[in-house]
Structures are given as C-alpha cells and as structure tokens.
Design a binder for this molecule. Structure first.
Ligand code: ATP
Ligand code: MG
Length: 411
C-alpha cells in the first residue's frame, strides 16, 4: 500500500531545548488549521518531521489510480500543488517534501523509489540518500543506498549515478514502521510557528513597509492584531478596504488575528488646530501610539510594531522617533529599522503584498501636512503641546467606535 504524503521539515525549532515539544505542537496545530479546506487526512509528528497525509478521495472525481495504487500523472495535481505552496508559507516550516509513504519491505521501497525517480523525468543523473531513524530496521543507510541505487540503475539504464550535484536526489527515510520516499523537496519560509511569541499590535498602513514589518513579527512566532488609522471622515475610506485586502493576503500565515480600523480624521483636524504645522506629524503618530496602548490593554498585546526604517522619511529620524516613543507604554519593535527600501520591496513581493501596497488610496498621514515638517523635534516643545490635548480620552473614544474585523487565525 502506498499513500501520497507531505513531509514538513523544521530546524529552528530543534534548537529550542525543552520548548521543543510545545513548538512542535503549535506547528502541528497551525498546519491542521491552515489546511482545513484542503485534501488533508491527518497531520502528526513522526521522528523529526511532521507528516501530512493526503486525503486521496478528497482529490475528487477524475483522479485515476494505477494498478499499484499510484496516482496517475504523479503528485503534480492542482489541489496538491496548492497544498504544497500553503505548507511552504506557514511560519516555522523550513522545507516541505512531497512523496509517498510505504511499508518497510525492500521490494516495495524499490518499486516506490523507481516511481518517484520516474516522475522526475527528464534527468541525466541521480543519487539516493537513505536514512533510517530506527535501529530495529536491519539495513544501514549505506547499504540501503546501494540496494536502491542499483535497482534504479537497472530501471533507468540511461541515467548515471552522480554524488555531487545530481539532477535528482531520491530521499528514502525509514521512520518507525514506514518508509517515506520523495525527490520533490522545496524550501519553506522558515521562522517560528505562530503562537510561540505573544500578541503584538501592528500599526498597519497601506504602504509598502508596514505589511512587511507585520509579516516579519508573525514569522518570529507573534500573533498580530493589525491596527489601521483612516483619515475618514476628512478623507474617503478607500484605505479601509485596501488594508482588509492586505490582511486577507497575509492570512495564509495564520498570524493575523484581527484588524482594527480607527477613523481619526476629525482628531487630526483638532491636532492641526492646536499644534504648530511642523509638529503635526509627530502628534498624529503620538495619537496612533496612544490608541495602540489602549488596544493592547483591551485585547492583550505585549508590543507595538511599526514599519519604520531609519532616515527613510522626515518622521523617521532618531529625534522624532524618540518624541513619538515617549507615549508608548510597551516596547516598540521596528523590524525594518536597518533595511533599505529595495530589500523591503523584495520581501513585499515575496510575501505578496507589494501589488496591493502600490495601489493609490487616501492616506491619513498626508492630511493637514506642512511642506516642511520638523525633522529634529525638541522634547520640551513637544511636551508643551501635548499638555493641551487629552490623548488618553481620545484614544478611548477612538477604540469605542473602531471597526473590528476578525481574520483567519487559530490563536
Ligand atoms: P509604510 O509604507 O508602512 O506606510 P512609510 O515609509 O510610508 O511606511 P510612514 O507613513 O511615516 O512611513 O509610517 C511609518 C509607520 O507608521 C508605518 O510603517 C506604520 O507602521 C505606521 N503608520 C503610518 N500610517 C499608518 C496608518 N494610516 N495606520 C496605521 N499605521 C500607520
Ligand atoms: Mg506610509
């Protein structure tokens, strides 16, 4: 009996000592949750790997099995391709392999190995890499390499065995009572499983940077509560729709818990009345942080995250960052602080947010802005203005009326 399977490999988790089993459990939960609507029939741990069983019946009508129980046309099926991609994008997944599970009979192992190599055609060279994780299996890895290798040489007489840089590597892993055989193995996104760090309040604009910053924190195991500020009713509400699409796009990570949309246009107008033009941006941002404090109190959050990178725009100088951070009640993480725009763009493209972030829409930050904002705010001047407004009260009002959109997350 052969069954199609995916093997999920993880390595960083292996470094975490006694946290390891809780990390593995979280990764298994996350994989089960994110593959719920896909043809999956069980996710479980086997030695050093997570096994994802394919539900062959759920692959639907039109699926043809050959006499030996293999899917005709191999594993390159649209539903399985999708599952492959989804598994690779889950934080904590270092690598995913697509192949077959069989028993420990040598005849069956040889037969499946030949099927796997055949599916990799065309190729000119190959090698076998066997590994056994049970010492009760009587054949050692070296000998298994030879046994399977010579069978493959007979089955594919044109192909040559090549130890360095072969076109195809056939992996054979004997784990507990089964053997897993695959040649199709691809890198995942890496990182840590969602839920292994705490919740963060991620300030999410519709720009390029903040979705990447939020993704980076999710990638390190955090659960993000996204907080977006819209300029409505002083601007239109287009950013509110775009930011939903960005969260939807990042939902494949399972790390966006919810999106909070706060309308601050009228409060910005009030700030513009009280604060000298050059300090407005700083106060808009202090208001954002004060609201983030309140959201963290209400929903649970251990840090604030922004997409700033040092020196990128006027508000991102050290003095201005200090003037804004002064109101934060939690650590502020800026995962992009030392990155160049080009690197951020490359990552935005990789995680699929770039095209959304380059769409035009209303931006609350450009409301009531002077031509030359302050680049080196003086704390004394800032504190004097701050005393004229009750941001804590405003933050509570803003939170009372914000829209809350629940996202796809099991945490
Ligand atoms: P981004 O591309 O992420 O908008 P940016 O380079 O345009 O960043 P700013 O507009 O100064 O920089 O914003 C700096 C950070 O402040 C953003 O990365 C984001 O975390 C937060 N921020 C800015 N505008 C908003 C908003 N409308 N809603 C929520 N957070 C925002
Ligand atoms: Mg911006």
């Amino acid at each position: 009996m052969t069954q199609p399977v995916f093997l999920v490999h993880y390595h960083e988790i292996g470094l975490k000592g006694r946290n390891r089993s809780s990390f593995e459990r979280k990764l298994i939960d996350n994989i089960s949750f994110l593959s719920k609507d896909l043809p999956v029939d069980g996710v479980r741990k086997i030695s050093g790997r997570i096994l994802v069983h394919v539900d062959v019946e759920a692959l639907g009508p039109g699926l043809v099995l050959d006499d030996e129980g293999f899917i005709e046309g191999g594993l390159a099926n649209p539903a399985l391709d999708r599952l492959f991609q989804i598994l690779r994008d889950i934080p904590g997944v270092a690598r995913v392999s697509r192949g077959w599970r069989t028993n420990r009979e040598l005849d069956d192992i040889r037969r499946v190995a030949a099927k796997v190599l055949g599916a990799a055609e065309p190729f000119g060279s190959f090698k076998v890499r066997a590994r056994r994780s049970n010492t009760d299996f009587p054949i050692g890895s070296m000998e298994l390499n030879q046994i399977i290798g010579s069978h493959l040489c007979e089955s594919f007489p044109e192909a040559k065995v090549q130890m360095e840089y072969p076109d195809v590597t056939v992996f054979v892993e004997v784990i507990q009572g089964s053997t897993y055989i695959y040649a199709d193995t691809q890198p995942g996104m890496g990182g840590l499983p969602v839920g292994t760090a705490g919740n963060v309040i991620a300030l999410l604009s519709t720009g390029i940077d903040s979705p990447v910053a939020m993704w980076r924190m999710i990638h390190r195991g955090a659960v993000a509560i996204a907080l977006h500020f819209s300029g409505a009713p002083q601007t239109d509400d287009s950013s509110e729709y775009l930011v939903r699409e960005i969260c939807e796009g990042l939902s494949s990570t399972g790390g966006v818990k919810r999106l909070c949309i706060a309308r601050i246009g009228d409060y910005q107008a009030e700030i513009a009345n009280v604060v000298p033009p050059k300090l407005r941006v700083i106060f808009f941002r202090r208001l954002m942080f004060t609201v983030a404090n309140e959201v963290a109190r209400r929903m649970g959050g251990k840090a604030i995250v922004t997409g700033e990178s040092l020196g990128q725009v006027a508000s991102q100088t050290m003095e201005n960052i200090r003037a804004v951070d002064a109101v934060a009640e939690l650590p502020v993480f800026r995962p992009l602080i030392g990155t160049d725009k080009q690197e951020i763009i490359a990552l935005a493209q990789r995680i699929g947010t770039f095209d959304l972030s380059t769409r035009a829409c209303a931006d609350c930050c450009t409301l009531f802005l002077p031509r030359s904002p302050e680049t080196h705010a003086k704390m004394r001047e800032v504190e004097e203005c701050a005393a004229k407004m009750d941001f804590a009260l405003w933050a509570r009002e803003i939170c009372d009326s914000m829209q809350i959109v629940e996202c796809r997350c099991n945490r």
